[in-house]
Design a protein around this ligand. Sequence first.
Ligand SMILES: CC(C)(COP(=O)(O)OP(=O)(O)OC[C@H]1O[C@@H](n2cnc3c(N)ncnc32)[C@H](O)[C@@H]1OP(=O)(O)O)[C@@H](O)C(=O)NCCC(=O)NCCS
Length: 191
Amino acid sequence: MPFAPPAAIEAERVRVRLLAESDLPALFAVNSDEAVTSMLPYATWQTPADAEAWFGRMAALQATGLALQFVVAEKASDRAIGTCLLFRLEEGSQRAELGYVLGRAHWGRGLMHEALGALLDSAFGPLGLRRLEAEVDPRNLASARVLQRLGFTREGLLRQRWVTKGAAKDVEIHGLLRSEWPATRVSSPKA
Ligand SMILES: CC(C)(COP(=O)(O)OP(=O)(O)OC[C@H]1O[C@@H](n2cnc3c(N)ncnc32)[C@H](O)[C@@H]1OP(=O)(O)O)[C@@H](O)C(=O)NCCC(=O)NCCS
Protein backbone atom coordinates (compact mmCIF):
# COMPACT_ATOMS: atom_id res chain seq x y z
CA MET A 1 0.00 0.00 0.00
CA PRO A 2 1.40 3.49 -0.80
CA PHE A 3 2.57 5.63 2.09
CA ALA A 4 -0.15 7.25 4.21
CA PRO A 5 1.25 10.54 5.56
CA PRO A 6 1.83 10.18 9.32
CA ALA A 7 1.21 12.80 11.99
CA ALA A 8 4.18 14.78 13.28
CA ILE A 9 6.72 12.60 15.10
CA GLU A 10 8.09 14.10 18.31
CA ALA A 11 11.65 13.43 19.42
CA GLU A 12 13.35 15.00 22.42
CA ARG A 13 14.71 18.16 20.81
CA VAL A 14 13.26 18.02 17.31
CA ARG A 15 9.99 17.29 15.56
CA VAL A 16 9.81 15.40 12.26
CA ARG A 17 6.78 16.59 10.30
CA LEU A 18 5.67 16.81 6.69
CA LEU A 19 7.08 19.61 4.54
CA ALA A 20 4.98 22.76 4.11
CA GLU A 21 5.50 25.58 1.60
CA SER A 22 6.06 27.97 4.50
CA ASP A 23 9.27 26.02 5.32
CA LEU A 24 10.97 27.17 2.11
CA PRO A 25 12.79 30.27 3.42
CA ALA A 26 14.34 28.24 6.27
CA LEU A 27 15.24 25.41 3.90
CA PHE A 28 16.78 27.87 1.44
CA ALA A 29 19.22 28.81 4.20
CA VAL A 30 20.12 25.11 4.61
CA ASN A 31 20.50 24.18 0.94
CA SER A 32 22.16 27.36 -0.31
CA ASP A 33 25.25 26.42 1.72
CA GLU A 34 27.97 24.68 -0.34
CA ALA A 35 29.26 22.91 2.76
CA VAL A 36 25.86 21.19 3.12
CA THR A 37 25.37 20.17 -0.52
CA SER A 38 28.94 19.32 -1.54
CA MET A 39 28.46 15.55 -1.17
CA LEU A 40 24.81 15.49 -2.22
CA PRO A 41 23.60 14.63 -5.72
CA TYR A 42 21.98 18.03 -6.35
CA ALA A 43 23.21 21.55 -7.00
CA THR A 44 23.47 24.13 -4.24
CA TRP A 45 20.34 26.31 -4.28
CA GLN A 46 21.12 29.74 -5.70
CA THR A 47 17.80 31.58 -5.54
CA PRO A 48 14.39 31.16 -3.86
CA ALA A 49 13.17 29.88 -7.24
CA ASP A 50 15.32 26.77 -6.69
CA ALA A 51 13.48 26.19 -3.42
CA GLU A 52 10.10 26.60 -5.08
CA ALA A 53 11.04 24.23 -7.92
CA TRP A 54 12.18 21.64 -5.38
CA PHE A 55 8.93 22.04 -3.45
CA GLY A 56 6.96 21.40 -6.65
CA ARG A 57 8.96 18.26 -7.41
CA MET A 58 8.58 16.93 -3.87
CA ALA A 59 4.83 17.64 -3.76
CA ALA A 60 4.40 15.78 -7.06
CA LEU A 61 6.52 12.87 -5.82
CA GLN A 62 4.61 12.67 -2.55
CA ALA A 63 1.29 12.69 -4.43
CA THR A 64 2.35 9.38 -6.03
CA GLY A 65 2.32 7.77 -2.58
CA LEU A 66 5.87 6.52 -3.14
CA ALA A 67 7.66 9.18 -1.07
CA LEU A 68 7.24 11.24 2.09
CA GLN A 69 9.17 14.50 2.44
CA PHE A 70 9.63 15.62 6.04
CA VAL A 71 11.34 18.54 7.69
CA VAL A 72 13.35 18.33 10.89
CA ALA A 73 12.06 21.24 12.98
CA GLU A 74 13.27 22.77 16.23
CA LYS A 75 10.64 21.84 18.76
CA ALA A 76 10.16 25.21 20.42
CA SER A 77 9.93 27.36 17.28
CA ASP A 78 8.81 24.68 14.77
CA ARG A 79 11.42 26.24 12.44
CA ALA A 80 12.83 23.83 9.84
CA ILE A 81 16.56 23.18 10.34
CA GLY A 82 16.80 20.26 7.93
CA THR A 83 14.94 17.61 6.01
CA CYS A 84 14.53 13.86 5.86
CA LEU A 85 12.91 11.81 3.17
CA LEU A 86 11.54 8.34 2.60
CA PHE A 87 11.42 7.61 -1.12
CA ARG A 88 11.62 4.89 -3.77
CA LEU A 89 9.02 2.89 -1.84
CA GLU A 90 8.95 -0.67 -3.16
CA GLU A 91 5.61 -1.81 -1.88
CA GLY A 92 6.03 -5.53 -2.56
CA SER A 93 9.34 -5.61 -0.72
CA GLN A 94 8.27 -3.16 2.02
CA ARG A 95 11.45 -1.27 1.29
CA ALA A 96 12.30 2.42 0.92
CA GLU A 97 15.30 4.69 0.70
CA LEU A 98 16.26 7.27 3.29
CA GLY A 99 17.70 10.75 2.68
CA TYR A 100 18.55 13.54 5.15
CA VAL A 101 20.12 16.99 5.33
CA LEU A 102 20.80 19.26 8.30
CA GLY A 103 21.75 22.96 8.32
CA ARG A 104 25.43 23.46 9.07
CA ALA A 105 24.80 25.51 12.22
CA HIS A 106 23.20 22.43 13.78
CA TRP A 107 25.81 19.76 12.98
CA GLY A 108 27.56 17.76 15.65
CA ARG A 109 24.83 17.80 18.32
CA GLY A 110 23.27 14.44 17.51
CA LEU A 111 20.15 16.11 16.13
CA MET A 112 19.99 14.06 12.92
CA HIS A 113 20.56 10.90 14.91
CA GLU A 114 17.59 11.87 17.07
CA ALA A 115 15.38 12.84 14.10
CA LEU A 116 16.14 9.67 12.16
CA GLY A 117 15.60 7.55 15.25
CA ALA A 118 12.08 8.96 15.52
CA LEU A 119 11.49 8.51 11.79
CA LEU A 120 12.71 4.91 11.87
CA ASP A 121 10.31 4.13 14.71
CA SER A 122 7.53 5.27 12.40
CA ALA A 123 8.98 3.64 9.26
CA PHE A 124 9.37 0.22 10.88
CA GLY A 125 6.19 0.67 12.95
CA PRO A 126 3.06 2.31 11.49
CA LEU A 127 4.45 2.66 7.97
CA GLY A 128 5.16 -1.07 7.87
CA LEU A 129 8.57 -1.04 6.20
CA ARG A 130 10.86 -4.06 6.44
CA ARG A 131 14.07 -2.64 5.03
CA LEU A 132 15.58 0.85 4.70
CA GLU A 133 18.49 1.77 2.46
CA ALA A 134 20.72 4.81 2.21
CA GLU A 135 23.22 5.73 -0.49
CA VAL A 136 26.20 7.70 0.77
CA ASP A 137 29.18 9.36 -0.89
CA PRO A 138 32.20 7.39 0.48
CA ARG A 139 33.82 10.70 1.55
CA ASN A 140 30.82 11.55 3.72
CA LEU A 141 32.11 10.19 7.02
CA ALA A 142 29.61 12.10 9.17
CA SER A 143 26.70 10.57 7.27
CA ALA A 144 28.18 7.06 7.45
CA ARG A 145 28.64 7.54 11.18
CA VAL A 146 25.02 8.62 11.66
CA LEU A 147 23.88 5.47 9.88
CA GLN A 148 26.30 3.25 11.77
CA ARG A 149 25.08 4.64 15.08
CA LEU A 150 21.51 3.84 14.06
CA GLY A 151 22.54 0.26 13.38
CA PHE A 152 22.82 0.29 9.57
CA THR A 153 25.25 -2.09 7.91
CA ARG A 154 27.52 -0.90 5.11
CA GLU A 155 26.60 -3.48 2.50
CA GLY A 156 28.81 -2.51 -0.40
CA LEU A 157 30.09 -0.04 -2.90
CA LEU A 158 28.09 0.73 -6.05
CA ARG A 159 30.59 1.88 -8.65
CA GLN A 160 29.88 5.06 -10.63
CA ARG A 161 26.27 4.96 -9.44
CA TRP A 162 25.68 8.73 -9.59
CA VAL A 163 26.57 11.15 -12.35
CA THR A 164 26.46 14.44 -10.53
CA LYS A 165 28.32 17.74 -10.58
CA GLY A 166 30.13 16.74 -13.76
CA ALA A 167 31.51 13.39 -12.62
CA ALA A 168 30.53 9.76 -12.14
CA LYS A 169 30.61 8.94 -8.41
CA ASP A 170 30.80 5.71 -6.44
CA VAL A 171 28.30 5.39 -3.58
CA GLU A 172 28.20 3.20 -0.52
CA ILE A 173 24.95 1.35 0.14
CA HIS A 174 23.87 1.01 3.77
CA GLY A 175 20.90 -1.09 4.90
CA LEU A 176 18.86 -1.65 8.06
CA LEU A 177 16.19 -4.32 8.62
CA ARG A 178 13.15 -3.98 10.84
CA SER A 179 14.30 -7.07 12.75
CA GLU A 180 17.51 -5.20 13.65
CA TRP A 181 15.86 -1.98 14.79
CA PRO A 182 14.61 -2.56 18.37
CA ALA A 183 18.01 -3.86 19.44
CA THR A 184 19.83 -0.86 18.03
CA ARG A 185 17.46 1.88 19.15
CA VAL A 186 19.35 4.57 21.05
CA SER A 187 16.99 6.72 23.05
CA SER A 188 19.33 9.13 24.79
CA PRO A 189 20.48 12.10 22.67
CA LYS A 190 23.94 13.62 23.00
CA ALA A 191 24.12 16.86 24.95
C1 LIG B 1 25.38 14.02 7.79
C2 LIG B 1 24.65 14.98 8.75
C3 LIG B 1 23.15 14.81 8.54
C4 LIG B 1 24.98 14.60 10.19
O1 LIG B 1 24.15 15.33 11.08
P1 LIG B 1 24.57 15.62 12.61
O2 LIG B 1 23.34 15.95 13.38
O3 LIG B 1 25.70 16.56 12.63
O4 LIG B 1 25.05 14.17 13.02
P2 LIG B 1 25.33 13.64 14.49
O5 LIG B 1 25.75 14.79 15.36
O6 LIG B 1 24.16 12.81 14.93
O7 LIG B 1 26.52 12.62 14.25
C5 LIG B 1 27.63 12.91 13.42
C6 LIG B 1 28.68 11.86 13.72
O8 LIG B 1 29.66 11.92 12.66
C7 LIG B 1 30.92 12.23 13.24
N1 LIG B 1 31.62 13.05 12.25
C8 LIG B 1 31.33 14.30 11.87
N2 LIG B 1 32.22 14.70 10.94
C9 LIG B 1 33.08 13.65 10.76
C10 LIG B 1 34.20 13.45 9.93
N3 LIG B 1 34.64 14.39 9.10
N4 LIG B 1 34.84 12.27 10.02
C11 LIG B 1 34.41 11.29 10.83
N5 LIG B 1 33.33 11.42 11.63
C12 LIG B 1 32.68 12.60 11.59
C13 LIG B 1 30.61 12.96 14.52
O9 LIG B 1 31.70 12.89 15.42
C14 LIG B 1 29.42 12.14 15.01
O10 LIG B 1 29.88 10.91 15.52
P3 LIG B 1 29.41 10.40 17.00
O11 LIG B 1 27.93 10.16 16.89
O12 LIG B 1 30.19 9.17 17.21
O13 LIG B 1 29.74 11.51 17.97
C15 LIG B 1 25.05 16.45 8.51
O14 LIG B 1 26.43 16.56 8.65
C16 LIG B 1 24.63 16.96 7.13
O15 LIG B 1 23.49 17.36 6.93
N6 LIG B 1 25.57 16.97 6.17
C17 LIG B 1 25.29 17.48 4.82
C18 LIG B 1 24.20 16.69 4.10
C19 LIG B 1 24.50 15.21 4.03
O16 LIG B 1 25.64 14.82 3.86
N7 LIG B 1 23.45 14.39 4.15
C20 LIG B 1 23.57 12.94 4.10
C21 LIG B 1 23.56 12.46 2.69
S1 LIG B 1 23.82 10.69 2.58
